[in-house]
Design a protein around this ligand. Structure first.
Ligand SMILES: NC(=O)C1=CN([C@@H]2O[C@H](COP(=O)(O)OP(=O)(O)OC[C@H]3O[C@@H](n4cnc5c(N)ncnc54)[C@H](O)[C@@H]3O)[C@@H](O)[C@H]2O)C=CC1
Ligand SMILES: O=C(O)[C@@H]1CCC=N1
Length: 271
């Protein structure tokens, strides 16, 4: 599918490297089909050492080389990255953005190029366990959509949505989501240590509990409330804990946090 295609990654930081790593791990492309482009030589050396891909500090040359051009720079860097590339991409090049908040219109206008896919992955992509949501401009044809699906599948699960407004919601749920779980993980491990467990043991207990609960919810297909009720014995330990969580308004705090991320994604899109 991606054989013989040239893929430029503009901004091979944490996420850009996850894409490179995924594509190579799954043998979807060979290292010489990838060009990583970053202003920092030290960063390029790291990426080159790990993946043996081509590297460059010249965004324009990279963007013109790529049949697929992936933008993985920070939102705050995007304007200055796009400006010199205006009207310079190959007419049939597929642009894939993972930049939080940045709209398809930002790309089509800045680049004068309509063939744009907007996506939102997350960091479990580093181990091929990501969750990516993506959408495409109407000018992206079926063959290019298939390329996008294949590239994003290299990160883990992917789903296509036909409405771009879902991308800001996805940024708040699956994009930022790992941070919410990591914070909870950290707090639970610290509580375990506070009670007297060795940190190593507390970590194993918490991580496997989180993993097992996620897999159980996925495989059973049951509503989370039903699964939670099955853990909660009358007058038992879980109800004592849940009562504290509800007193701390955990549902409202989580919902407010997710709404804050959603609003911030929309704000980033306007800046
Ligand atoms: N970290 C995360 O959990 C997620 C991040 N994203 C999005 O992915 C994008 C990248 O995020 P990270 O990988 O976390 O950031 P990062 O800071 O690790 O990577 C950004 C890379 O861009 C490079 N860069 C800076 N200026 C550049 C320029 N002018 N031209 C080319 N490259 C340049 C940096 O040197 C760095 O290697 C962001 O837009 C973010 O919104 C999307 C989903 C999840
Ligand atoms: O925090 C951020 O803005 C990026 C987007 C989703 C995850 N990290």
């Amino acid at each position: 599918m991606l054989k013989d295609l040239r893929i430029a990654v503009i901004g091979p930081g944490a996420m850009g490297e996850a894409i490179i790593g995924g594509l190579l791990r799954q043998e979807l492309v060979a290292p010489e089909q990838i060009l990583a482009c970053d202003p920092y030589e030290s960063r390029l050396r790291e990426v080159q050492a790990r993946h043996a891909v081509h590297t460059s500090q010249d965004n324009l040359a990279a963007a013109q080389w790529g049949q697929i051009v992936i933008f993985a720079v920070k939102p705050q860097q995007l304007k200055q990255v796009l400006q010199p590339l205006r009207g310079k991409l190959r007419p049939d090049a597929l642009v894939i953005s993972i930049v939080a908040g940045a709209t398809i219109q930002t790309f089509t206008e800045a680049l004068e190029h309509p063939v744009v896919v907007r996506s939102m992955p997350n960091t479990p992509a580093m181990i091929g366990e990501g969750m990516t949501v993506w959408t495409a401009h109407t000018e992206v044809d079926e063959r290019q959509r298939a390329w996008a699906r294949t590239v994003l599948s290299a990160l883990g699960h992917q789903i296509f949505v036909d409405n771009e407004t879902y991308l800001d919601m996805s940024t708040a749920l699956n994009g930022s989501g790992p941070a919410y779980f990591f914070l909870m993980m950290e707090a639970m491990v610290d509580a375990g240590v506070h009670m007297g467990l060795a940190r190593r043991v507390a970590e194993e207990l918490v991580i496997q509990t989180m993993l097992g609960s996620a897999r159980y919810a996925q495989q059973s297909g049951k509503h989370p409330a039903e699964l939670r009720n099955a853990v909660t014995s009358p007058g038992g330990t879980t109800s004592a804990a849940l009562s504290e969580l509800e007193r701390g308004a955990i549902r409202t705090v989580l919902a407010d946090a997710i709404w804050a991320a959603y609003r911030r994604s929309m704000e980033l899109g306007k800046s």
